[in-house]
Design a protein around this ligand. Structure first.
Ligand SMILES: [Zn+2]
Length: 177
């Protein structure tokens, strides 16, 4: 949830309030909601046009996600899309601003900025972004690997126990003999 406090602080950081800054903040909040916020463990790759207003998206991402160009965990690529992919360990989530939203924002003039800000603020995440999370495939693979490892360990322990039992049996037998 994008609070007024976060919005105000981001505006001070960035210098003005625009719809692409708001989109960046919203995308970052979604990303941190899925992956948890961590200033070091999360890596972001942003795709956007490198010029304002679209590039303002980058500052929204930096401000709310904690991924920054200075730390090297935010990479910017030039693209006709506006999207961000957050990665943490094997988990990732990709958010792409929908074409319909970009088409609206392409009509932006200085008189329309406030109206467009309000529109972006009011829209739901699903209305704004194509959301793709890739949490399952990798985590299933990992679970599978963990299970194999656990099974191997279990059978090793079992064999160890068996050998101990065997040794005990032999010594018992030798005593008896
Ligand atoms: Zn801006």
């Amino acid at each position: 949830m994008l609070s007024n406090d976060l919005l105000e602080r981001a505006m001070k950081f960035h210098g003005h309030l625009g719809p692409f800054l708001i989109l960046g903040l919203k995308a970052a909040l979604l990303g941190t909601h899925y992956l948890g916020k961590d200033y070091f463990e999360v890596k972001a790759t942003v795709e956007t046009n490198p010029h304002p207003p679209r590039s303002c998206f980058i500052d929204g991402i930096q401000f709310a996600s904690g991924c920054t160009t200075g730390k090297g965990n935010l990479e910017v690529r030039t693209s006709s899309n506006v999207s961000v992919e957050f990665v943490r360990d094997q988990r990732r989530i990709r958010l792409t601003v929908k074409d319909a939203i970009l088409n609206i924002l392409d009509q932006m003039t200085s008189e329309k900025v406030e109206m467009m800000n309000r529109e972006i603020l009011e829209k739901t995440d699903d209305e704004l972004f194509l959301i793709r999370e890739n949490l399952h495939r990798h985590s299933t693979e990992k679970k599978h690997a963990d299970r194999n490892e656990a099974q191997q360990k279990h059978s090793k322990d079992f064999m160890k126990g068996f050998r101990v039992f065997e040794l005990g049996l032999n010594s018992f037998m030798s005593v008896k003999c």
